[in-house]
Ligand binder design. Structure first.
Ligand SMILES: [Mn+2]
Length: 330
């Protein structure tokens, strides 16, 4: 759905804007929230940036990320509009979901599984990153870019394309990235802050993830599970396993990679990646989640199933799909 002009007009007419990202925030979410937030602020608006979830620690090296708040602030501050970025459904915004009826909701997103839950929706799967849509929105609103804003905006394009490696790395991605580099974004700072900032314990957790790795379906399916106690003994949180599923996908011959991780509160998060042909959106939606064809996921709430049960159900659901395809090929 393309209600870009309605969204632009709503933002122009608003004075107080809540800019909201999704739970389990990734680089595109954080980049989109701070880039839209700073952009609107430079136009003289009162802005609060909200992500109702723990933010991976290394993002705090970017000063603006310290300004991101949790949903509770909406108890004491009422916005004129709520701009929701990179989130495909209302349950992806955490407790902000309880406030979505307080003001018009504007949704800007690139997920094929988007529910179009806003009063106005601009959903376009033709963008590799929501950050590219924010760049267009900022430009249309007349926001002036400096090196700081360019870097924050670049970050989402870089991370959602796997630093320009994934299948969504198209001409538009490189053009937008080039424009932001021209405006002062430093790709090396972004890459080094996000990729070369690991704690030693993360590598120990990685060892355990590899230890638990299972490979099935003639090498097409690879998955691993990390129980909460493994994070706990190393003093880590779930965010510290970011990127692991990509490493599973990097195995020769693997088409579908899955990481199951248990969070502190007992929720089971399932993160899935595929390499070249398997469309994961059907599986994600089947289990109540969403995403893209090559990157999707879902969450099973605490108490609904154990980690082992979630692993078994997911693997059993995917296996016949993989076999059907290989049956066709051979
Ligand atoms: Mn995204």
């Amino acid at each position: 759905m393309n209600q870009f002009s309605e969204i632009k007009r709503s933002l122009e007419n608003a004075q107080k804007v809540a800019v909201v990202g999704h739970i389990m925030p990734d680089g595109d979410c954080i980049s989109s929230v701070v880039s839209a937030g700073l952009g609107l602020e430079r136009l003289g608006k009162e802005v609060r940036m909200i992500v109702d979830y723990e933010i991976p620690w290394y993002y705090f090296e970017f000063d603006v990320v310290k300004r991101i708040e949790r949903a509770e602030i909406l108890n004491e501050w009422t916005p004129d509009v709520i701009l929701v970025l990179d989130a495909s459904s209302p349950d992806r915004v955490g407790q902000v979901e309880n406030f979505l009826d307080r003001a018009p909701v504007l949704v800007v997103d690139h997920h094929a599984t988007n529910h179009a839950f806003g009063n106005y929706n601009w959903v376009d799967t033709g963008f590799g990153a929501t950050a590219q849509m924010v760049l267009r929105l900022n430009r249309a609103l007349g926001v002036t870019y400096d090196a700081e804003l360019a870097l924050y905006n670049f970050m989402g394009i870089a991370t959602d394309t796997g630093f320009f490696r994934y299948s969504n790395s198209d001409v538009k991605v490189f053009e937008d990235a080039a424009e932001l580099v021209r405006l002062g974004a430093n790709p090396n700072v972004v890459a080094s802050t996000i990729l070369e900032n690991k704690k030693p314990e993360q590598l120990r957790l990685f060892c355990e993830m590899v230890h638990n790795l299972k490979i099935e379906c003639d090498g097409l399916l690879a998955y691993s599970a990390i129980p909460w106690r493994s994070f706990e003994v190393l003093g880590l949180s779930e965010a510290d396993a970011g990127g692991f599923v990509g490493e599973i996908r990097s195995i020769h011959g693997v088409e579908v990679a899955i990481l199951f991780s248990e969070s502190k509160d007992g929720d089971i998060h399932v993160s899935m990646r595929s390499k070249s042909w398997f469309d994961l959106t059907g599986t994600a939606v089947h289990f109540g989640g969403g995403g893209h064809p090559r990157a999707a996921g879902f969450t099973v709430k605490a108490g609904e199933a154990t980690l082992e049960e979630v692993v078994q159900r997911t693997v059993e659901y995917i296996k016949p799909q993989l076999k059907r395809r290989t049956g066709e090929v051979s």
